[in-house]
Design a protein around this ligand. Sequence first.
Ligand SMILES: [Zn+2]
Length: 268
Amino acid sequence: MLIDAHSHLDTLADEPVGGPVGGPVGGPSVLDRAVARARAVGVFSWVLAGTTPTRWDRTQQIAAHTGGIAVLGVHPWFAGDAPDLQTTLHDLGQRALHGIGELGLDAPSAGGDADRARQRRVLRAQLALARQRELPVVLHCVRAYPELLTLLERDGLPRAGGLIHGWSGPTDAMDRALALGLHLSFGPLICRPRAKRARTCAVRIPLDRLLIETDAPDQAPPGHERGEPAHLIEVIDTLAGLRGMDPGPLGAQATANLCRLFPGLPST
Ligand SMILES: [Zn+2]
């Protein structure tokens, strides 16, 4: 029995559970079919990451509806969506049960110095809340590894630890992340042979810090148009092949690591 460490399953069906309000795509049946396909291959739960305050209700609803857990946060793409940071953090503090995320830095999406400064401010405020509440963090990082790690080394992580999802960094950044106590989560990117940095890290990382994810629906292994949690099997098979081990124990260990980090997950 496997658990997906990072997904946005809620965006597969942008209608509230129990009835449409004019969401753009899909519907409960799209979501429910994806859930059924996941269960059929042994993927039975997931950590859904919230991205912006206007979607937190939705993420929590879908997590409850599908047997997953929600972590809530302000993604760096949406750092501008929290103009009143104080109020947003208060709301987040009231709702956060399992963790805070996703939060982080995204260099390509930062429109300029002001945007980057805003990303840093929103990140540090959420980190402080996670430390105070002793909740694990789910970190997002695109082409900003040195900056993110320096910030984490200075500010400190919550005692409950955390993970960096969709790892694609170089090995020296991995070493710094591991020294901080973080887990690293590998997704469909490693199914692409040209993803050399991510693959090198996936081979070297100690097994007890390894997590697996689909980041569905935005990420998908080659040959799939849209990601879904059932693709976790392809991520595991690729990782197992790279590490020269059987997929079964690898999936079991990664799931056990995730359950240690998020004790609220349903147990296998
Ligand atoms: Zn994500």
